[in-house]
Design a protein around this ligand. Structure first.
Ligand SMILES: Cc1cc2nc3c(=O)[nH]c(=O)nc-3n(C[C@H](O)[C@H](O)[C@H](O)COP(=O)(O)OP(=O)(O)OC[C@H]3O[C@@H](n4cnc5c(N)ncnc54)[C@H](O)[C@@H]3O)c2cc1C
Length: 408
């Protein structure tokens, strides 16, 4: 049982990819860190499984890659899409300048367990599950810690630095009164699982046809499927009934027809309400927001986890030397935002263009689809597929670990 009052150098709210990676890096450098996670474990609803080459490169730099790749995962080297009746290869990761030239698919809870297990090797690392950050403590305008609830009662954490890594519905960013810029999204996504048959195609792919977008991620014995729908359209789909949804899916991928009955009720279909937003200012004195708490990403490209990891690495690179020397100033927090704002803005800009010019138009269309010219070019000229692979696999301004482990 934890004391009602704890003191650490850094307290991180949220044990998602951003919070766990930052917690790992700070503890590795010998800085006492407490990560609070409101859930009892990491085993929760599907929240994306994609570990991109940029994150795998971080694992390599931390000496964790071999151990990580021993965990069950699938490796995807190319991405393709079926548009109307034509199949087109879109991205080829096999030429990236990284140790892993593939996307690794691993359930997010396994990835987080892996980070937690490795972080626990460092005496400076503390993880408290079922601890929900509720409010900030502030003294003369400076955040000095936070208040959290736990099954054992409320606790107060005093910290030189509080990091809000509590996801896109962040309590702490709201308590800090940070201003959110909402970029909007014309779509939502329904996530579901259908089993995979021995004769199904092996590739992870998207299917685009009259008014429909359906993405199928090959997870070996099942397909993790994403059905993209117009924003706010879930009620209408529910009103049409589950048999109509099953029929639509079977129409898009006929070999799933014998399995669509696995969607037995609406609890088998999870709604992701897509939002794309970012904070105008990611910090205030004593507080920094990273990951989805600073910027919710569109699911296009499956880059949310990786941006969260990149934020954590950048924050660690900039803040560890300061924390080791003394304290973190407002200027240091500004430096983290400056470092990560360009990749966030550039990625969101691309996502918004694709959302509005491609996805919104496809969802509103009634005509038969065929690949547009730029996509046809990717099909004709294989070397062009390296560009989308770079944007998805590495993103803008990939980070590298520069902090050293604590001596001894
Ligand atoms: C259905 C779905 C599918 C997705 N698919 C993909 C994908 O394929 N690829 C991809 O890259 N991204 C995907 N994403 C997005 C991805 O999950 C996020 O971008 C990424 O997890 C962000 O990491 P994070 O650590 O910033 O936040 P989160 O992963 O949201 O983690 C925040 C953590 O904080 C905890 N928490 C929240 N509030 C508090 C509190 N007050 N106190 C303590 N703990 C708190 C939460 O329980 C959670 O564990 C998907 C998201 C969803 C919902």
């Amino acid at each position: 049982m934890m004391d009602p009052e704890v003191s650490v150098r850094c307290c991180i709210a949220g044990g998602g990819p951003a919070g766990m990676m930052l917690g790992f890096l700070l503890a590795r450098a010998g800085i006492s860190v407490l990560v609070l996670e409101k859930h009892a474990d990491f085993l929760r609803d599907f929240r994306g499984d994609t570990i991109h080459p940029s994150t795998l490169e971080i694992m390599y730099e931390l000496g964790l890659l071999d151990e990580f790749l021993r965990r069950p995962h699938q490796e995807v080297r190319t991405l393709g899409g079926q548009i109307g009746d034509e199949f087109v290869e879109i991205a080829d990761f096999t030429h990236l300048p990284t140790h892993c030239r593939f996307i690794a698919f691993m359930p997010q809870w396994d990835f987080l367990d892996f980070l937690a297990e490795n972080a626990q090797r460092f005496p400076a690392f503390h993880l408290k599950m079922e601890a929900e950050a509720r409010d900030l403590t502030v003294d003369s305008g400076v955040v000095t810690g936070l208040l959290a609830t736990t099954p054992g009662g409320p606790i107060r954490v005093k910290a030189d630095l509080v990091v809000a890594a509590d996801g896109r519905h962040s309590t702490l960013r709201e308590r800090a009164g940070l201003d959110v810029l909402d970029l909007g999204a014309p779509m939502d996504v329904l996530w579901m699982r259908l089993s995979r048959g021995p004769d199904d195609p092996g590739q992870t792919l998207g299917r685009v046809d009259t008014g429909r977008i359906f993405v199928m991620l090959n997870r070996q014995d099942y397909w993790q499927c994403a059905f993209v729908i117009p924003k706010g359209g879930f009620d209408e789909i529910r009103a049409r009934g589950l048999p109509a949804l099953r029929e639509e899916i079977a129409g898009l991928a006929p070999y799933l027809r014998d399995r669509v009955d696995e969607l037995k009720d609406w609890s088998d279909v999870k709604l992701l309400s897509v939002s794309v937003d970012r904070l105008r200012m990611w910090h205030r004195p004593g507080l920094l927001c990273i990951g989805d708490a600073a910027h919710a990403m569109s699911p296009i490209g499956g880059v949310g986890i990786n941006l969260a990891i990149q934020d954590a690495v950048a924050a660690a690179n900039i803040l560890i030397p300061k924390l080791l020397q003394g304290s973190v100033s407002q200027r240091d927090l500004e430096a983290v935002q400056r470092r990560r704002e360009f990749p966030t803005r550039a990625t969101q800009r691309l996502q918004v263009i694709l959302q509005n010019r491609v996805i919104g138009r496809v969802l509103a269309s009634t005509a038969k689809m065929s690949p547009p010219f730029p996509v046809r070019l990717l099909g004709w000229m294989p070397f062009l597929r390296r560009l989308p692979a770079r944007l998805i696999g590495l993103g803008f301004r990939p980070e590298h670990v520069s902090s050293a482990p604590a001596a001894g």
